[in-house]
Design a protein around this ligand. Structure first.
Ligand SMILES: NC(=O)c1ccc[n+]([C@@H]2O[C@H](COP(=O)([O-])OP(=O)(O)OC[C@H]3O[C@@H](n4cnc5c(N)ncnc54)[C@H](O)[C@@H]3O)[C@@H](O)[C@H]2O)c1
Length: 272
């Protein structure tokens, strides 16, 4: 039984998809959760769901690419809750606005993806590091992807950003290990979120894999389901709750000797 009672967690990307799922699972295990996102309204709605579980929660706006925005969130959380025990770096993108309609990534897509997915993770982790080091306690989980495990042709900038997150996870784990701070990554598989809806739109329009073309309805959901069937050995999609449950374990004291790891939650798609 994982017990996060009394722990204080910041979750970036907490307004949607996987981030929302992580917020709810951490709260169910007893943590006070601060959902943070560029989309403040969405984060506030998740904070209401967390509050309904009996955990007081207030959302904060964050732009993970902007160091001063991130430092504001960390200091507001410390002044309101007294400390930050847990950081979940979930915020992520596949490209600059409009990426779903471009066949190949542009310079702007590369820059945007690396700024959010890689630099955003580094900026947020650096913003909590001195506080966690002083307390000699902290748990950081970075949401990477199975895209980190294998290159690909249609979103190579995204694959590269996620491989870099796994590398950063190892470096940051070594930097913070002497201070009793654990840093791990999770590599989710295929989850039906707004992000994957965009990937389905892009891939079905570009004929990325003709065998996956949605036949009858042409819907993005159907494209996603065909991808799950073709790619996932266990033949089932992954859910935000699946990722949240692993995150809850990794940030618990039960996982005190696990650091620098990247764990796939993907029904067997990748085994490295
Ligand atoms: N959906 C999948 O199948 C899948 C698989 C593997 C990994 N992931 C990763 O999981 C994470 C969450 O993805 P999701 O599918 O839930 O996507 P999503 O689009 O539903 O959620 C991403 C959230 O990040 C927020 N965000 C984007 N840029 C931000 C910024 N600069 N600052 C703060 N917040 C920002 C968005 O507003 C959004 O709420 C991402 O890192 C993604 O790469 C997703």
């Amino acid at each position: 039984m994982i017990d996060l009672t009394g722990k204080v967690a910041i979750v970036t990307g907490g307004a949607s998809g996987i981030g929302r799922g992580i917020c709810l699972v951490l709260a169910e295990q007893g943590a006070s959760v601060v959902p943070t996102d560029l989309n403040l309204e969405g984060a506030q709605s998740v904070a209401s769901e967390v509050a309904a579980l009996g955990r007081p929660s207030a959302a904060l706006r964050i732009d993970v690419t902007d160091r001063s925005s991130v430092e504001d969130v960390v200091s507001q959380t410390i002044s309101e809750h007294g400390r930050v025990d847990i950081l979940i770096n979930d915020a992520g993108v596949v490209g600059a606005p409009g990426w779903q309609d471009r066949e190949n990534p542009t310079d702007a897509d590369w820059d945007y993806v690396l700024a959010v997915n890689l630099r955003g993770v580094v900026i947020c982790s650096e913003a909590v590091a001195s506080h966690m080091k002083e307390r000699r306690y902290g748990k950081i989980v970075n949401i990477a992807s199975i895209a980190a495990r294998q290159g690909g042709t249609d979103i190579p900038h995204y694959n590269a950003s996620k491989a870099a997150v796994v590398s950063w996870t190892q470096s940051n784990a070594l930097q913070l290990a002497p201070y009793n701070v654990n840093v791990n990554a999770i590599c989710p598989g295929l989850l039906w979120t707004p992000m994957w809806e965009g990937i389905a739109r892009k891939r079905s329009a570009s004929g990325f894999d003709p065998s996956l073309a949605a036949s009858s309805t042409g819907s993005t959901r159907e494209y996603f389901e065909k991808t799950v069937e073709a790619w996932i050995p266990m033949k089932k999609e992954q859910t935000p709750e699946d990722v949240g449950k692993l995150a809850a374990f990794l940030v618990s004291d039960d996982a005190h000797n696990i650091t620098g790891q990247a764990v796939n939650v993907d029904g067997g798609r990748r085994m490295n």
